[in-house]
Design a protein around this ligand. Structure first.
Ligand SMILES: *Cc1c(COP(=O)(O)O)cnc(C)c1O
Length: 381
């Protein structure tokens, strides 16, 4: 995709905010517990390599990604810290993971059986490091029974030159829920697995951001720190209190590309769904749903000079229109996410209006929008 550098619409990334969130999280961890920065999906839309660099400088000792390609992108950029892929990779690509020292999850003996031939055939490969994935209630990937886990461990033991277990993990589906009942059930199941294990691997991990914030007592020596690194509350608005302030890192800005006055009754945008009630000043903002500013945001608002301006008419692919309080110059800044004057629009506000979660809004901002660093970390001399 073409990244639009010659257009005023930009995603600004506050590097210091990301660093502070990582540093605060690490400061609260028990001795010996590590933090891996979750940088999947282009670091939740914040920029993979930028965020990886900041997180490492702030004390992260590894990375989590969703897919093998993201892991390889980090390796190609020169990152040497451990990288864990969180999703099941295609067994045929296990040799690529091994060759690049990328750790992958194993959730079934079947996967091992399919991956082993590639890891065994001829070439000199380092052993593939794996983390055993346990499904304690997320229902996504992982072993669901102790017997199945033990079978897989036996297979791995028989192929010690090809596969080495360096971790064991599970994932909670309700760590951000004020009601702890389901979470507790998952913890219980996790302990059933742990108790049945002959020995604990190097890494045992259960914590995403929500678990690290609200269930700090959880077992494990590694936190998979994702959304909170970007300054977003994993629960949305469900749990207000966090042990340290989360600093949002992302701002979305543009400028007015066109301003005009229209007469009462005149319409704006596709479908002519909006008609001016009286003579109105209308501004055009050069970004649209192809940038991830969803079509359903019609009726929501943006900030111009600290004032809320309603999005009128349908959001187009590359532009949308707003009702201005009066005549405003073209080129005036427009804040879609972030602060303007004493007003603020958060990713959560956008998500609420779009009936989704901030995760989806953030990683839905497309590559056409350039990511520009502000407040660099480490601070430049
Ligand atoms: C995405 C993901 C995380 C990070 O979750 P956050 O809520 O963003 O902290 C952690 N673990 C797994 C398995 C994930 O898929």
């Amino acid at each position: 995709m073409v990244t639009a550098k010659l257009r005023p619409s930009q995603v600004l990334i506050n590097e210091t905010a990301i660093a502070h969130n990582v540093q605060h999280a690490i400061a609260g961890l028990p001795q010996g517990t590590e933090l891996f920065a979750v940088v999947k999906a282009d670091a939740y839309g914040h920029g993979l390599l930028r965020v990886a660099r900041i997180a490492q400088a702030a004390g992260a000792t590894g990375f989590c990604v969703a897919i093998l390609d993201e892991a390889l992108a980090l390796r190609r950029a020169g990152f040497t810290l451990p990288i864990l892929v969180l999703g099941i990779i295609e067994p045929e690509y296990a040799p690529i993971a091994a060759a690049n020292h990328i750790v992958v999850p194993v959730g079934s003996s079947e996967w091992l059986t399919q991956a082993l031939p590639g890891l065994t055939s001829g070439r000199e490969l380092p052993p593939l490091h794996v983390h055993l994935a346990l499904d304690t209630g997320m229902g996504r990937i992982g072993f669901r029974q102790v017997t199945a886990l033990n079978e897989a461990i036996a297979v791995i033991r028989a192929h010690a030159a090809q596969v080495k277990v360096t971790g064991l993990f599970t994932h909670f589906s309700t760590a951000d829920d004020p009601d702890p009942a389901y979470f507790k059930m998952q913890v219980t199941r996790f302990h059933e697995f742990l108790d049945a294990l002959p020995e604990r691997p190097r890494y045992v991990h259960v914590a995403n951001s929500a678990t690290s914030l609200w269930h700090a007592a959880c077992d494990g020596n590694l936190v998979r720190f994702g959304v909170a690194m970007y300054g977003l509350n994993p629960s949305g608005r469900a749990i207000d209190a966090t042990p340290y302030p989360l600093e949002p890192a992302l701002t979305l800005t543009s400028t007015l590309s066109f301003v005009k006055q229209i007469e009462a009754g005149e319409a704006v945008s596709y479908g002519a769904t909006y008609h001016a009630a009286k003579p109105e000043w209308i501004g055009t903002v050069p970004l649209g749903y192809a940038d991830g500013w969803q079509r359903r945001l019609q009726g929501f608002h943006v900030l111009v000079n600290g004032t809320e301006c309603e999005i009128v008419g349908r959001v187009c692919m590359d532009q949308f229109m707003i009702r201005l309080p009066g005549k405003v110059k073209t080129g005036t800044p427009v804040v879609l996410i972030g602060r303007s004057g004493d007003q603020e629009i958060t990713l959560q506000d956008v998500a609420d209006y779009a009936h989704t979660i901030h995760y989806e809004i953030a990683c839905g901002l497309t590559e056409r929008l350039p990511r520009v660093s502000v407040a660099p970390f480490p601070a430049q001399a």
